[in-house]
Design a binder for this molecule. Structure first.
Ligand code: BGC
Length: 753
């Protein structure tokens, strides 16, 4: 019996059916207005940047939480008279973020830092996402949390969004399916999720007030689509509305978004909470279906009470919102008086974190150097991040972890002995620099600046070591977007010089250069990739990252990650480059600005493939230590079931076992509506296929999932005509092209699931 059924049974046996009828107005308002635990003040944005963290000015107005779980993001109000407990909300997408220590308490409250969301999505493996969700969910439950404020699943509209590290993809299907796996995993542990940030929160700049101007079609097909998938497939208990405006209305005041689309069309049954201090008009938020205001202020409470008394807020609306919250609460550990242990299985999750990262890393280039053979076991390890791993990003998605394993340590654990003179220099430098760093704080993850290595040291290392491994590190986080400048999107002069000089020295002696990218978002590749013989995109791999990197470098794990977004050739090629983070007039002002989503549907690969723009690495791309051959695929339409069936086989042609990600792109007829030239309509990750063996993959895709939104007719349509089906290993590496035809158009008022 599922957890949900057990809980509902328990609830229906023990608790009165409608507690709401017994509540006073004040008690109802206590339910819809939450509390916060104490938050450290975020660092203020540097002058001239667009950073926009939550305003500390709000903090004193916030109710003080009962503080059941120190460092939780917030809590709801308990109502003792009615036996309603408070419920606890904790971040975030890569693991449980609570304070690591408590006064007069020797116990550690550290959690597992799993790989960042982007790395989990790079697995293209819904089951793996589910396993990570189970790990996170069980830690949350044992630390006393009721709701994990995750997954973060906004579309990666632009590579510079500071929170892309938390997010999954530029493609809505991939983002939605991975999020569904994560939600299923967490909720199967008896803890809820809050899928966020609903919706169109694709940047940090002016996030509290920016007005995203987007067509209804792009909203429905792209920006809302991942949320639709997760709501229909995984039934999250809660949704978090975003700070921004959409076409002039704040998301949290947007009845069309929160009631018509989310509930009436998609069937969402849980409750909606605001993002933290997403305070606007509390009454409008209530009317729109934003049930809970987090963390909540006395002013909001008074505004709601007054509005009810004056008849501006019908009691029925308040009751509706309270009921949504109470119904979901009944599933939660606190309601069940669950006795959490404060001792989650963090040790047991080390292996899961390690495996996830290793399986999901993306091998971008490999000119015969990886995996490192037994003869190549003395690498010269360059780059500060080789010694000081960047496990994840900053802001609410940060995790206070027990430890982190660097590549230097991970390789040694794998009997690979980094060349010592260079390692000594780096380790001493890193230790010195770390002493100057401020104390650990989730808002600010200090990075040791890159170290220069002189030519003599490089020449010696080229003579005495077997191979060079250079790690490029980047961090970003909540509150600020990244910059398209050197040291961020572009490599710094120091990084470029290190790469160039190392590659010259090693190549002159016939030795190879491997680059490991320990980054949270897309960077420039064009200016340096020719210096490298192999490039491993390790992303920010969580606390066990160095072990995972070693697993891939040595071939213990055959990487099977694929890019969940495009790496463009030039930042200027990004379709939103002219409209990010703001459009025109707002560019140099702190006043609320607008951002026009002028590229409409043409985000990421939909733009690059439709408009033949060359890229550095395409969406869906990733190498393996083996190679795969696609057997003859077929496509057929079942007009009765209104589904398209595509199937075929994949054979391993190489010498080691490996997993393939089979991707189905569809090009649809464009008689009524324009469309991207190809769109991802299905994907499947095979299990490990042994050399010489093959596996069958099949897709059963509802026609409604291939439909486009006709905003004039307010319906989804699959046009009549011939559909081109491209089965491939990336959006451009198409292995088989098939077709099917529809002799008439099919229209839908809603999508099937
Ligand atoms: C973030 C959310 C987070 C919340 C609570 C906000 O600043 O945008 O993603 O869940 O804080 O920590």
């Amino acid at each position: 019996m599922s957890f949900l059924v057990v809980s509902l049974l328990a609830v229906s046996l023990g608790v009165k059916a409608d507690i709401v009828d017994e509540m006073t107005l004040e008690e109802k308002v206590d339910i819809v207005v939450g509390t916060a635990t104490a938050w450290p003040n975020p660092p203020q944005p540097a002058p001239g940047t667009f950073a926009n963290p939550p305003q500390p000015a709000h903090f004193p107005n916030t109710y003080q939480a009962q503080g059941r779980v120190q460092g939780a993001a917030g809590e709801s109000m308990a109502i003792a008279r009615l036996g309603i407990p408070s419920i606890v909300f904790t971040d975030g997408p890569a693991g449980v973020r609570i304070d690591p220590a408590r006064p007069n308490d020797k116990r550690s409250y550290r959690a597992t830092a799993f790989p960042i969301g982007t790395l989990v999505a790079s697995s293209w493996d819904v089951q793996l996402a589910k396993a990570v969700g189970q790990g996170i969910g069980s830690e949350a439950r044992e630390y006393g949390s009721d709701i994990m404020l995750c997954p973060g699943m906004n579309i990666m509209r632009n590579p510079l969004c500071g929170r892309n590290y938390e997010y999954y993809s530029e493609d809505p299907l991939l983002a939605g399916r991975i999020a569904a796996g994560m939600v299923e995993g967490i909720q199967s542990e008896g803890v809820g999720t809050s899928v966020k940030h609903f919706a169109v929160n694709n940047q940090e700049t002016f996030r509290n007030g920016i007005n995203a101007v987007v067509s209804e079609r792009a909203l429905r097909e792209l920006y809302l689509r991942p949320f639709e998938v997760v709501v229909k497939e995984a039934k999250p208990w809660t949704v978090m509305s975003s700070y921004n405006k959409i076409n002039g209305t704040y998301a949290s005041e947007n009845e069309w978004l929160l009631t018509k689309v989310l509930r009436d069309e998609w069937g969402f049954m849980g409750f909606v909470m605001t993002d933290w201090w997403g305070e606007h008009d509390a009454v409008r938020q209530m009317l729109a279906g934003n049930d809970m205001l987090m963390p909540g202020t006395p002013a909001q409470k008074q505004a709601i009470i007054l509005a009810v008394k004056e008849g501006r807020l019908p009691m029925a609306v308040l009751d509706r919102n309270v009921r949504c919250i109470i119904n979901a609460m009944r599933l939660m550990p606190s309601w069940r008086q669950y006795k959490y242990s404060n001792a989650p299985d963090v040790k047991g999750h080390e292996a899961l974190a390690r495996r996830t990262a290793a399986e999901a890393m993306v091998l971008l280039k490999n000119d015969g150097v990886l995996p490192l053979t037994k003869a190549v076991r003395r690498p010269a390890l360059f780059g500060v991040a080789s010694y000081d791993l960047i496990a994840g990003g900053s802001g609410s998605g940060y995790v206070y972890k027990r430890h982190k394993v660097s590549t230097f340590q991970g390789l040694q654990a794998d009997a690979v002995k980094p060349w010592q003179p260079l390692a000594n220099r780096y380790t001493a430098y890193v230790a010195d620099e770390q002493k100057k760093m401020p104390a650990e704080n989730f808002w600010y993850v200090p990075l040791v600046p890159e170290m220069n290595v002189d030519d003599d040291m490089i020449a010696r290392s080229a003579r005495e070591a077997d191979v060079a491994i250079i790690t490029i590190g980047r961090s970003s986080g909540e509150g600020a977007d990244r910059q398209a400048s050197q040291g961020d999107y572009l490599l710094s002069d120091l990084e470029l010089s290190l790469l160039r000089r190392t590659s010259q020295a090693f190549h002159a002696l016939g030795k190879k250069v491997v680059v490991v990218l320990n980054i949270g978002g897309v960077i420039d590749m064009l200016s340096w990739q020719h210096e490298a013989d192999a490039i491993l995109l390790a992303w920010q791999p969580g606390q066990e990252g160095g072990l995972s990197i070693a697993d891939v470098l040595t071939g213990r794990v055959n990487p099977s990650g694929r890019l969940p977004m495009t790496f463009p050739l030039h930042y200027a090629d990004v379709p939103s480059a002219d409209n990010f983070p703001v459009t025109a007039a707002g560019a140099h002002s702190y006043a609320p600005a607008s951002v026009v989503y002028a590229e409409d549907l043409f985000v990421g690969y939909c733009h690059y493939t439709s408009h033949q723009v060359p890229v550095a690495y395409p969406f869906g791309f990733g190498l393996s230590y083996t190679s795969f051959q696609y057997g003859s695929f077929t496509a057929s339409v079942d007009t009765v079931r209104q589904r398209v069936c595509i199937e075929g086989t994949v054979a391993n042609m190489g010498k080691v076992a490996g997993c393939e990600v089979v991707q189905v792109y569809v090009g649809s007829p464009q008689t009524v509506l324009y469309k991207p030239e190809r769109e991802l309509r299905g994907f499947a990750k095979t299990g490990a296929i042994s050399p010489g063996a093959e596996q069958r993959v099949s897709f059963d895709i509802p026609l409604s999932d291939m439909a486009s939104y006709d905003a004039d007719a307010h319906r989804w349509i699959c046009e009549a005509g011939t559909y081109k089906v491209m089965v491939g290993a990336s959006c451009t590496d198409i292995r088989q092209t098939l077709a099917f035809a529809l002799d008439k158009a099919y229209t839908f008022s809603n999508r099937q699931h």
